[in-house]
Structure formats: structure tokens, C-alpha cells
Design a protein around this ligand. Structure first.
Ligand SMILES: Nc1nc2c(c(=O)[nH]1)N[C@H]1C(S)=C(S)[C@@H](COP(=O)(O)OP(=O)(O)OC[C@H]3O[C@@H](n4cnc5c(=O)[nH]c(N)nc54)[C@H](O)[C@@H]3O)O[C@H]1N2
Ligand SMILES: Nc1nc2c(c(=O)[nH]1)N[C@H]1C(S)=C(S)[C@@H](COP(=O)(O)OP(=O)(O)OC[C@H]3O[C@@H](n4cnc5c(=O)[nH]c(N)nc54)[C@H](O)[C@@H]3O)O[C@H]1N2
Ligand code: SF4
Ligand SMILES: [Mo]
Length: 731
């Protein structure tokens, strides 16, 4: 038996760590960190180390499936499946128009660089505007706020040189999301703190980052907008902002000052149930050094995500927390085209209220993409324009979409549901066709996606011109019939005789530093994945062939300084967008006492991520679940005592609209009154009895049409009023 140890890329989350994989007899048997990767220096997390178990899991789908008349799945040949899907799509488009066909890309499409782009190319080829992603049930306020604020063309600050940093509702040590660079974030934070950097964290829970914070504000959930408004007010009133930067680059400062007036330290302290002194201390600390603020899902889910993100950008802006002329660029491109960074603003642009209209709640396309939280309604609502087919790519609506019961009805109503997945997920179980796909070690990988992510928001992306390419390591299991995601859409287009072209978008915004990369596709020559990647990198700063020369990944020496502002530049960053200021006024006008006290529902449910799973992926792997296959309801010990609950007790978690069972677990890191649960657990509605095995789906407790954002359609997915009661054996 020969064992080969080869460098490769873990693609399970956006960090895209460079790792070492051991291959024995054509199977990946071990994954460890790669000490020779210059960016990751040997770092991995438990999920990456479980890549062999994920690839070799018994539940892995090795053949496509088709649902027969009696509702059971039967194996079908992939070519046959694609031909049948093509025929059905043609019929739907003929009878009901292209809008009847929708697409949804989820988190696991990100593993495959060509997947989302090819799905999008297909949707354009059939002229369907109904292209959705998980972004609009995540942090869509980031792109909305950026469109209203504009972009700083010099880029955002370097964490590794900062004096101060603020993290609001984000826990990047676990999530590798915004704030701390994702390459061993725990170590990066430790180094920063040792260097003397001050960390401010806003989180109702003593999260992994809060544990290391100099100032941890532990507020009621859902008060992040007022906390940021309060900090901005202190900084303005005490003249701690960067007056020169504001004068030169900002519009709307006086108006922002007026709109934050109601958010006095005492008022914010009362609303958020924190001390006014601590708020002042946080504002003074933030103003005293150089550094930035980043937000995450925790703060985004609790409503007012747009104004929250806008205030975060505005706080950075009034303090001048952007890279200036002569300083090094923080996130230079390597596998994307080179650009000229400049110390100037790119002006705001229209970010919502354009493009395709949804038939419900007055929602439209926007800078964040189409409103996924309204897609179930589009499927259920009969009449002209109804969505009748849905193709899911690396996503799991039944686990992750808000309002699971409505989602279930929608999936059942579809005339065609196709799921591209590696296991029989709860969505795949309902699908007419399940297309079994290759897994990451069976496909080539590259780090371009880890670079593109910076266009979605601040404080994310590689902090150097880094590139890695990794070839296929293993063949798919013998006897399997697997396709790659992009290949499915390519083959489908050939079956349907469609012309396609593929665009590498840099994020969602209209702002781009260089033109998008367009890959033309030829029906008579099916490209290989390698050829596609080469084309996607066709205008990259570092030639693709050069990247391929460095299997452990390479940090390229592209010393790049921000250039001075163009002499004729009049663009300014805007901090008083009219729509968003109205939203801020509405927050100020809220009767916060009653919004924090819902009679009969004394607790608040908040989200949190688990280090060993990514959303619904990895739960079935013993090495990752350690025997705990459910998502506990974490409750403060005081609340456990008051409810007379013991560790592991079964409970019922109730909202005004629905209820789910849960398993209580004491967690003293929570603010009392707050209950935290991870999402994407549990099975289908009606399978709640399995909760001690499979956990519960928190999406059951979210309503898409009660509290929702009018621009993005994003519903309240955090700070949910709940009650808790013990569940007796008979229940
Ligand atoms: N209540 C609540 N709801 C939430 C959230 C929350 O915190 N609370 N979080 C929200 C957020 S931030 C997001 S991003 C969404 C996530 O929403 P989704 O992306 O829709 O959900 P996931 O569970 O990540 O779905 C991933 C699917 O990909 C499959 N998969 C795994 N590996 C592969 C692969 O290699 N190839 C393919 N083709 N498929 C693969 C998995 O089996 C799974 O079915 O959920 C949102 N919903
Ligand atoms: N290991 C792992 N990594 C992941 C994922 C995963 O499932 N597992 N999912 C991936 C995805 S899809 C995403 S979008 C990112 C998300 O990445 P993050 O946004 O960092 O998500 P979390 O790690 O849940 O951190 C959110 C924090 O917000 C806090 N919080 C909850 N409610 C509130 C509130 O009202 N206000 C404030 N201030 N804080 C609040 C929670 O206690 C929690 O500590 O992670 C990605 N990475
Ligand atoms: S942090 Fe993300 S990319 Fe890195 S090993 Fe873990 S799952 Fe893989
Ligand atoms: Mo997400």
C-alpha cells in the first residue's frame, strides 16, 4: 500500500485552508495542516481534518436518484436524468415562461469555483430572473449599506497592524467570518492582543472572541443598531472623529449627527440593558486607536440589518478608518485582475427597488440579490409568474430557509425539484431528481473564491496576494455516477440547445475594480474543470500557470500602495442615506420596553455556529458530532434553575406561531434570559419525535411575513421571543 501526502485546499468554509491530504489506495485517509503553506502555516480545524470521513461517509450519494410515482427514489443514470430534467424545463418554459424556473445556490456551492457562475449562466440562458442565494438569509444588509454609503477605493484596514478592533454579533474564531483574518484567527487574535491591540466585542454571549475582549458589551439581543448609533453620537459630540477625512471625503455628516441625537448614553444603556459608562468606554477606546468595526449574523438576524450595517460603515468612515495614500493595500488581488487602489470614494449607487419584482410583500431584486425568504411564497402563490421548478445547488432549503413549514409546503408543490447534493439531505428527500455530485478532493480546487469574498463586505479575504491551486487528488468511488455542479448545467444547456456564457463576478455590488471576467462556452467542446479555471483566471494578476507552480500555495510579493486621490475626483462616502435614516428614526421611535417584553414569551432565542459543522453539513459524522447529534438549547444556569430544568431535559420551545422540542443544556456564557441554538438541525415537519437524535429546526420558529426587512425580505431570524416549558415523557 502506497501512501501519498499531497498539499490541497480544504473548501468546507470560506477560509479555504491549505492542508495536506494522505491518499492511500485511491482514498483520502488523513488530512492535517500544511506547515509549508505560507498563509495557513499548518492550521486546520476539526472539519477539515474530517474531510476523509466526509468523503467516505456511508450515507454518501453515489448515484443520481429519481422519485417514482409512489414517491420513492430509484437510481437513474446521470445522462438520462439530465435529459429528463431538460425536457421538463422546456415544457415549463413553453407553458409558463422562464420565470417559472428558479435557482438557489447554498453554502456548499462555494466549494466549487465554477458552480455558482455556471448556474447563473444557465439562468441567463433561459432568461429566468429567479436566481437566489443564501446571501439574502444571511447578511444582505452589507450590500444594501455599501450601495448607500459607497466604497473606499483604497480598501479596508489591516487587522495585523490595528490598535483597536470592534466585533458586533460575529465570532470569527469559529466562523472564519468577518473581522479577524480567517487563517488561524485564534492565533491572529492572540498575537494582536499581545501586541497591545484593544478588542471590543458586542455579544449577548461570552463568545470565543468575547472571552479575549478588553471590553465586552453583553446587551439584550437586537440592540446593536442603538449601540452603534450611541457610539457614533459620543464620538461626534466629543469631537473624536476624523474631521479632516470627513471634510474631504464624506457627505451627510451633519445630518447623521442629527439622526443619532436620540441615542444618548443613558438612553442606549436603558434600551440595551448595559451600563452607560461601558458604552462611553467602548466609544473612547474605539476612537483612541486605529482599527475598524465588523458585524456578523448575530447582529444581522435581529432586524434592522441595513441600518446596522450602514452605521458600522459610517462609524469607520467618520473615524477615517480606511487605507490612505501611500499605505499598503490590505487585500491585494492575486487570482483576480490587478487594480489601481486609490485614496478616494466610489460614490453610492442604487442598491434596491430595481429589477425583477416579487409578487409578494413588494420585494424586488437588490444589491444583495433576490429575496430568498420570499421564494417559498412565489412557489405557493398561484397565478401568472408562479415558480414551478427549483434547482438547488449545494443548499438545503428544508434545513436552512426561514419558516420550515411553509418551505415544506412549497417544496411539495413544485412540479420539479432538483437537488445537487452529496447526501440525501432533507431537501433531497423531497426532490424529483437528486443529482449526486463529486466532492472536493475529487475536483480541482483554487483559492479564487477566498479572494472574491472581500467584495461581499469588509474585514474578510486574504490579507496578502495569495494563491493556491490543487489538482484532483482521488477519483470518485468505483462504480459511482457523479457529476460536477458546473457540468450539470453545461450538459443541461447542451440538451436544451442553449447558448451560455459565464461571468466571474466580484461580489454583488455594481462597483468593480476591473471588468468582470467572461468565459465563453462552446457547445461542441466541453471544457475540463481545469480549462474552466484557467479561463476564470484569464486576466488574473498572477498567471494561472504561475499559481500552479506552487502546490503549497504562495504569497506573492506585490508590494502595492494606495495611490493619491484623482485631482478631478468629487465622489464622497455618504452617511445620511434618506431611506436608512428613516429606518434609524424608526428605531429611535420604538417602544423598546414593550419590544423587549413580550407577554407570555419571556426568553429570546439567538443563533450561534458550531465549530464542528457548517450549517447542516457534517452532523452525521461521528468524528465531528462526538456522539452529540442534536443541537442543544443553551440556557443560562439561573434560568435552568428557575424553570426547574436539569441538564439534558427535554423542553418545548414555543413562539406565538409554532413550537419545537429541544434538549436543555446549561451555558453560563449566555446573558440570562437568552437561549442560543444552532440552526439547520432536525428533519422534516412531522419528524419532531426524533429530536433527541436529530435535534430541532429553529427555522420552524421564524416567520417570513410578520417581521421582515422591506428591502431584502430578510425576516427576523434572531432575538425571537420564546417561552420554554419542560416536556414530560408522554409528550
Ligand atoms: N434559523 C436560522 N436559519 C438560518 C441561519 C441561522 O443561523 N438560523 N443561517 C442562515 C445562513 S447564514 C445561511 S448561509 C443559510 C445556509 O443555507 P444553505 O446553504 O441552504 O444550507 P446548508 O445547510 O449550508 O446546505 C448545504 C447543503 O450542501 C450539501 N453539501 C455538502 N457538501 C456538498 C458538496 O460537496 N457538494 C454539494 N453539491 N452539496 C454539498 C449538504 O448536504 C447540504 O444539503 O442558512 C440560513 N438560515
Ligand atoms: N464552524 C462553522 N463555521 C461557519 C459556519 C458554521 O455553521 N460552522 N457557517 C458559515 C456561515 S453560513 C456564516 S454566514 C458565517 C457566520 O459567522 P458569524 O456571523 O460569526 O456567526 P456565529 O459564529 O454564529 O457568531 C454570531 C455571534 O452573534 C451572537 N449574537 C446572537 N444574537 C445577537 C444579537 O442580537 N446581537 C449581537 N451583538 N450578537 C448576537 C452569537 O452569540 C454569536 O456569538 O459562519 C460561516 N462559518
Ligand atoms: S477553517 Fe474552514 S477551510 Fe479551514 S480546515 Fe476548517 S473547515 Fe476547512
Ligand atoms: Mo451564511
Amino acid at each position: 500500500m502506497t501512501a501519498n501526502i499531497t498539499p490541497t485546499i480544504c473548501r468546507l468554509c470560506i477560509a479555504h485552508c491549505g492542508v495536506l491530504a494522505t491518499v492511500e489506495d485511491g482514498r483520502v485517509t488523513k488530512v492535517t495542516g500544511d506547515p509549508n503553506n505560507p498563509m495557513f502555516k499548518g492550521y486546520t480545524c476539526p472539519k477539515g481534518r474530517a474531510l476523509p470521513e466526509l468523503h467516505n461517509q456511508p450515507g454518501r450519494l453515489l448515484q443520481p436518484l429519481k422519485r417514482n410515482a409512489s414517491g420513492n427514489h430509484e437510481v437513474i443514470d446521470s445522462e438520462r436524468a439530465i435529459a429528463e430534467i431538460g425536457e421538463k424545463l422546456e415544457q415549463l418554459i413553453r407553458d409558463h415562461g422562464p420565470r417559472s424556473v428558479a435557482f438557489y445556490t447554498g453554502t456548499n456551492s462555494v466549494q466549487y469555483p465554477a458552480a455558482g457562475g455556471m448556474a447563473n449562466a444557465f439562468s441567463r440562458a433561459i432568461q429566468s430572473p429567479m436566481f437566489f442565494t443564501s446571501n439574502t438569509i444571511d447578511q444582505p444588509g452589507k450590500q444594501i449599506a455599501a450601495s448607500a454609503h459607497g466604497h473606499w477605493l483604497g480598501g479596508d484596514l489591516d487587522f495585523d497592524q490595528a490598535d483597536v478592533w470592534m466585533l458586533v454579533g460575529v465570532n470569527p474564531i469559529i466562523s472564519k467570518s468577518a473581522g479577524i483574518p480567517g487563517q488561524n484567527p485564534a492565533q491572529k487574535l492572540k498575537d494582536a492582543v499581545n501586541r497591545g491591540m484593544k478588542l471590543i466585542v458586542v455579544d449577548p454571549r461570552v463568545s470565543d472572541v468575547a472571552r479575549r475582549a478588553n471590553i465586552h458589551i453583553q446587551p439584550r439581543p437586537g440592540e446593536d443598531t442603538s449601540i452603534l448609533a450611541g457610539i457614533i453620537r459620543i464620538i461626534i459630540e466629543e469631537n473624536l472623529y476624523d474631521a479632516d477625512f470627513v471634510k474631504e471625503n464624506v457627505e451627510g455628516f451633519d445630518s447623521l449627527r442629527e439622526h443619532v441625537q436620540p441615542f444618548t448614553p443613558d438612553y442606549v444603556a436603558k434600551r440595551a440593558d448595559i451600563s452607560a459608562e461601558q458604552l462611553l468606554e467602548a466609544a473612547h477606546c474605539f476612537a483612541a486607536g486605529r482599527g475598524a468595526v465588523n458585524t456578523g449574523t448575530g447582529s444581522s438576524f435581529a432586524m434592522h440589518g441595513n441600518i446596522l450595517e450602514y452605521l458600522a460603515l459610517s462609524l469607520n468612515t467618520i473615524c477615517g478608518r480606511w487605507v490612505r495614500a501611500g499605505e499598503n493595500v490590505t487585500h491585494p488581488n492575486a487570482m483576480l485582475p490587478a487594480f489601481t487602489p486609490k485614496a478616494q470614494a466610489f460614490p453610492p449607487y442604487k442598491g434596491w427597488g430595481y429589477g425583477e419584482k416579487m409578487r409578494v410583500r413588494g420585494l424586488t431584486d437588490a444589491a444583495c440579490g433576490m429575496p430568498t425568504a420570499a421564494l417559498a411564497d412565489e412557489i405557493l402563490l398561484e397565478g401568472e409568474g408562479q415558480v414551478r421548478a427549483l434547482i438547488c445547488i449545494g443548499g438545503n432549503p428544508m434545513a436552512a430557509w426561514p419558516d420550515q413549514v411553509k418551505t415544506h409546503k412549497a417544496m411539495e408543490k413544485l412540479e420539479l425539484l432538483v437537488s445537487l447534493d452529496v447526501e440525501l439531505s432533507s431537501t433531497a428527500r423531497l426532490a424529483d431528481y437528486v443529482i449526486a455530485t463529486k466532492m472536493s478532493m475529487e475536483t480541482p480546487g483554487m483559492s479564487q473564491g477566498g479572494e472574491i469574498i472581500k467584495y461581499f463586505g469588509n474585514g474578510i479575504g486574504y490579507p496578502a496576494a495569495y494563491g493556491q491551486y490543487s489538482p484532483r487528488l482521488v477519483d470518485p468511488p468505483a462504480g459511482s455516477d457523479l457529476v460536477e455542479e458546473w457540468e450539470f448545467f453545461y450538459d443541461l444547456a447542451v440538451c436544451m440547445d442553449l447558448e451560455m456564457y459565464f461571468v466571474v463576478y466580484y461580489g454583488f455590488s455594481k462597483y468593480r475594480e476591473a471588468p468582470p471576467v467572461v468565459v465563453t462556452l462552446n457547445k461542441d467542446h466541453k471544457p475540463t474543470t481545469e480549462e474552466l479555471y484557467a479561463q476564470m483566471c484569464g486576466t488574473a494578476r498572477i498567471p494561472f500557470e504561475e499559481i500552479q507552480q506552487h502546490p503549497h500555495g504562495k504569497i506573492f510579493d506585490v508590494e502595492e500602495q494606495v495611490q493619491p486621490k484623482d485631482l478631478d475626483c468629487e465622489a464622497r462616502l455618504c452617511v445620511n442615506n434618506a431611506t436608512l435614516m428613516v429606518e434609524l428614526d424608526q428605531v429611535a421611535a420604538e417602544d423598546f420596553e414593550s419590544s423587549h417584553n413580550t407577554p407570555g414569551f419571556p426568553f429570546r432565542l439567538i443563533p450561534r455556529r458550531n465549530n464542528n459543522f457548517v450549517n447542516s453539513s457534517g452532523r452525521g459524522i461521528d468524528k465531528l458530532n462526538g456522539g452529540k447529534t442534536w443541537n442543544p438549547a443553551y440556557i443560562h444556569p439561573q434560568d435552568m434553575a428557575a424553570l426547574d430544568l436539569s441538564e439534558g431535559d427535554s423542553i418545548r420551545i414555543r413562539t406565538r406561531y409554532d413550537a419545537i422540542p429541544g434538549i436543555a443544556e446549561a451555558d453560563a456564557s449566555l446573558r440570562p434570559g437568552v437561549v442560543a441554538m444552532s440552526h439547520a438541525f432536525g428533519g422534516l415537519p412531522g419528524e419532531e419525535h426524533d429530536f433527541r437524535q436529530n435535534g430541532s429546526n429553529t427555522g420552524r420558529l421564524v416567520r417570513t411575513d410578520v417581521d421582515y426587512d422591506p428591502l431584502t425580505g430578510m425576516p427576523r431570524m434572531g432575538n425571537i421571543p420564546i417561552s420554554i416549558e419542560a416536556l414530560s415523557e408522554e409528550q
